[in-house]
Design a protein around this ligand. Structure first.
Ligand SMILES: *Cc1c(COP(=O)(O)O)cnc(C)c1O
Length: 370
């Protein structure tokens, strides 16, 4: 693009004027073109290094025949299966083009200029983007040990607060809240404030007192839980996720939902993927081993990292991560700098397969030495 100021800035809606676009991980194809290599490793976007279930692939193949047809706008088959999985009624489920889409619907339904959107420092980047786009005021609560300071968040819930966003575990820090902390918070928030609990990484978490907030939906009608097929299910490219909430909230979300927001292949693949929990178990086990591999290497290298229960870990390089990131890219390794989150010395690394982790660790060692 250009460095000139945007000539249409004045006529854009106020929320968009100050918005910065989301920065995705660098695509493999782009790096390989730049470097003229073919064997790069991408551990930047918390994707599943095992790919996805074979059942999901077969379901995608089968859908190809009907690619000319609009998808089922109601996503009935997938919503029915998800309703059974979560033991809720189908009218508690909102399907999204990725859970990102659901987060956006929440912002459009509950936020506007004059309303406040509340979340923690280092929270997932989509919360400020979706909130700001609709003109809401951001109330960003300083983090405590990189995680949520729930006490201060509660203090800040005021008359104008409409939505509180909590990712559990959080991305990019990997920090998490236990059952008592999180439920205590939700119970204390007034019933006319929406609490979003984003459980994008729930399948990976294996701490004993880690909560599945979807089990609290009956108790707290102002609660929305979001899930995704992008992470452990390995379907990131298809874009499918969902929200679980009271039918009255679901009704409102569906008023702003685009009619055919989830495509047929995504619907079919997600449905099939739900049936392959063996794949999820294998993914979780691979992640457990890879996490141990990465963190023990960091320890050996004398690097501090933020303990993570997700499929990624954010490591403190003790110096600006920008040049190290450049050196890693030259070595064919894509990881994720998190300066945009206010963590200029950290690098977020997705847990990959053993050989991918080794490759990135070796490149990191070399970059730090050189
Ligand atoms: C990756 C991620 C998501 C998932 O986004 P999709 O749109 O479902 O791909 C949601 N929340 C958090 C915190 C994430 O890290």
């Amino acid at each position: 693009m250009t460095d000139k100021p945007n000539q249409f800035l004045d006529i854009a809606v106020p929320g968009v004027t100050n918005l910065k676009p989301y920065v995705p991980g660098k695509p493999i194809s782009e790096l390989e073109r730049e470097l003229g290599i073919t064997d790069s490793v991408k551990l930047a976007s918390n994707e599943n290094p095992l790919g996805c279930s074979e059942l999901a692939k077969a379901a995608i193949q089968a859908e190809l025949a009907d690619v000319a047809l609009y998808p089922d706008g109601g996503g009935v088959a997938l919503r029915t299966a998800l309703a059974a999985k979560h033991n809720v009624a189908p009218n508690c489920i909102t399907l999204g083009n990725g859970s990102n889409d659901v987060l956006d619907m929440i912002a459009r339904v509950f936020l506007a200029p004059g309303y406040e959107s509340l979340f923690s420092q280092y929270a997932f980047a989509v919360y400020p983007i979706s909130s700001q786009a609709v003109g809401a005021t951001l109330n960003i609560v300083p983090a405590k040990d990189y995680g949520h300071d729930l006490e201060e968040m509660l203090n800040r819930v005021g008359e104008k607060t409409r939505v509180v966003w909590i990712a559990n575990p959080n991305n990019p820090t990997g920090t998490w809240l236990n059952s008592e902390e999180l439920e205590g918070f939700i119970a204390a928030v007034p019933g006319n404030v929406i609490v979003v609990v984003d459980e994008a990484y729930i399948e990976y978490v294996d701490e004993a007192d880690y909560p599945d907030a979807s089990l609290w939906l009956d108790k707290y009608p102002n609660l929305i839980v979001t899930r995704t097929f992008s992470k452990s299910y390995g379907l990131a490219s298809l874009r499918v996720g969902y929200g679980l909430a009271h039918p009255d909230i679901t009704d409102l979300l569906n008023r702003v939902r685009q009619p055919f927001n989830v495509n047929s292949m995504a619907l079919a693949a997600a449905l099939a993927a739900l049936d392959d929990q063996t794949f999820i178990q294998r993914s979780v086990e691979t992640n457990r081993q890879g996490m141990a591999q990465l963190t023990s290497a960091f320890e050996a290298m004398g690097l501090e990292y933020i303990p993570s229960v997700g499929n990624f870990v954010t490591v403190d390089l003790g110096r600006s991560a920008a040049e190290i990131d450049q050196a890693l890219l030259r070595a064919g390794c894509i990881t994720r700098p998190v300066a945009n989150y206010g963590l200029p010395n950290h690098l977020r690394i997705t847990v990959g397969l053993e050989n991918q982790n080794s490759r990135v660790l070796a490149a990191l060692k070399q970059a730090l030495a050189g």
